[in-house]
Design a protein around this ligand. Structure first.
Ligand SMILES: [Zn+2]
Ligand SMILES: [Zn+2]
Length: 426
């Protein structure tokens, strides 16, 4: 495992990768080396830069050597060994993240083994062994495809900001299942995950790519909507930041997850059971069950449910499927609530299918879901952002579009892209 893959990624001031495209933010050069702002050659502590052998010593020995050197020279060496001194915390943080994430993902999948055996899955014993390896790969970053993500997947910051000024109904894909929906005068943010802080309670999986805009660039939010509690969907630091920035916005999440909304500081926390409707921020939002399990750690009981949300605003009907396998529920939702103006459907993390077929839909399943919902427009989400599976980065998008061949209702966006919805009746 190259060390570069294990290092946490850092942001520049715009919440985007530092790269050859400079201040434009989102443009990520293919395979370029990304250097932390404090790791450039100029920023190296002088003591370390002049004495490279200091680097090869463990941190505590480096500090002792530095002290000995200072007393021998009779003066204080310039600048504290900033980079060196931060390493133990970074390493500890990474180790904890890997351990927690591995445990959480194992827990997540363990939930699904209670149900009827999916015909595409391996027998339970083999599957458990396979999942253990799969989780290790996720936690260690083996599935990361940053070079592929750099090939035009992410919009530039300027383009993304320009998209936010779009008038009328629109949606902006901010990566994975994070979508800014502006429908009928209501602004809804789904499954928000931004790199706004680290929490042992919410370690994030490794990323292929970051959104070119950050939480501070968002317009006023009327509702925060969560599909379920997995780490790639419920990120406590992001929820805290949102509750601080938009103190009047309610959060709507599945039953059993309400404590996460309360702890984050939301004053209004809606957690309807399946089949019930809440009115929040001017939208009517109804809970349907997703074909998915969630458990945030191995020691916890089943930690909330996973939902599909039906969203109604003045003149618009949308369905948000944050993370789900295909199942008969989508035919039922289509019969009850279709046709939909817009459906957000998960298309990624479907490999290795013999291990995860009862958790995640394939792109072909997602195209089938669109047909069952009778959706006018379907956007593929839950791909291109977090390194959760071994499939090539663009396979979800390519296969989703191919499965909907000749049918213009299926679309995929670049991260940060805004799509204006046709006025109703067109
Ligand atoms: Zn999930
Ligand atoms: Zn997910």
């Amino acid at each position: 495992m190259p060390l570069a893959k294990l290092r946490p990624m850092r942001l520049n001031g715009h919440g985007a990768y530092p790269g050859k495209s400079g201040g434009s933010g989102g443009g990520m050069g293919k395979g370029q080396g990304r250097v932390d702002a404090d790791e450039g050659a100029d920023a190296r502590p002088v003591s370390v830069a002049r004495r490279p052998w200091l680097r090869s010593l463990p941190w505590r020995m480096q500090v002792q050597s530095r002290h000995r050197l200072q007393s021998r020279l009779g003066r204080t060496l310039p600048s504290a060994p900033g980079r060196v001194a931060r390493r133990p915390w970074r390493t500890l943080r990474r180790v904890l993240s890997v351990a927690l994430l591995g445990a959480a993902l194992a827990g997540c999948h363990a939930v699904t083994t209670d149900g009827p055996h999916h015909p595409a899955l391996l027998p339970p014993g083999l599957r458990s062994a396979g999942l253990a390896l799969h989780h290790l790969n996720i936690a260690s970053g083996l599935y990361v495809r940053r070079a592929e993500a750099g090939d035009g997947l992410v919009m530039s910051r300027q383009e993304a900001l320009a998209g936010l000024t779009t008038r009328g109904d629109s949606l902006t894909w901010l990566g994975h299942s994070t979508v800014l929906l502006r429908l009928g005068g209501v602004t809804i943010l789904t499954d928000p995950v931004f790199p706004v802080g680290f929490s042992l309670e919410s370690p994030l999986p490794h990323r292929h790519a970051l959104a070119p805009i950050g939480l501070d660039d968002l317009p006023p939010i009327d509702v925060v909507l969560l599909s379920h509690g997995d780490y790639d969907h419920l990120h406590s630091p992001t929820l805290k930041a949102l509750a601080t920035r938009f103190p009047k916005a309610p959060i709507v999440l599945p039953d059993g997850l309400e404590s996460h909304g309360e702890k984050a500081g939301f004053t209004t926390v809606e957690h309807p059971p399946v089949g019930e409707t809440v009115v929040a921020g001017g939208a009517r939002i109804t809970a349907f069950p997703a074909v998915h399990g969630t458990r945030r750690n191995l020691l916890a009981k089943l930690d909330g449910e996973a939902y599909v949300w039906d969203i109604r605003t003045a003149g618009r009907a949308a369905l948000f499927v944050g993370d789900s396998a295909h199942g008969p529920i989508f035919g039922e939702i289509g019969r009850r609530g279709g046709p939909y103006d817009l459906a957000l459907v998960p298309i990624g993390a479907f490999e290795p299918s013999p291990l995860v077929a009862d958790m995640h839909s394939t792109p072909e399943d997602a195209a089938l879901i669109l047909a069952e919902l009778r959706a006018t427009l379907g956007i593929g989400i839950h791909w291109g952002t977090f390194a959760l599976s071994p499939e090539p980065l663009r396979d979800p998008a390519d296969r989703f579009l191919a499965a909907s061949d000749g049918n213009r209702r299926a679309r995929v966006l670049r991260i940060g892209e805004t799509l204006r919805l046709e006025p109703r009746g067109n």
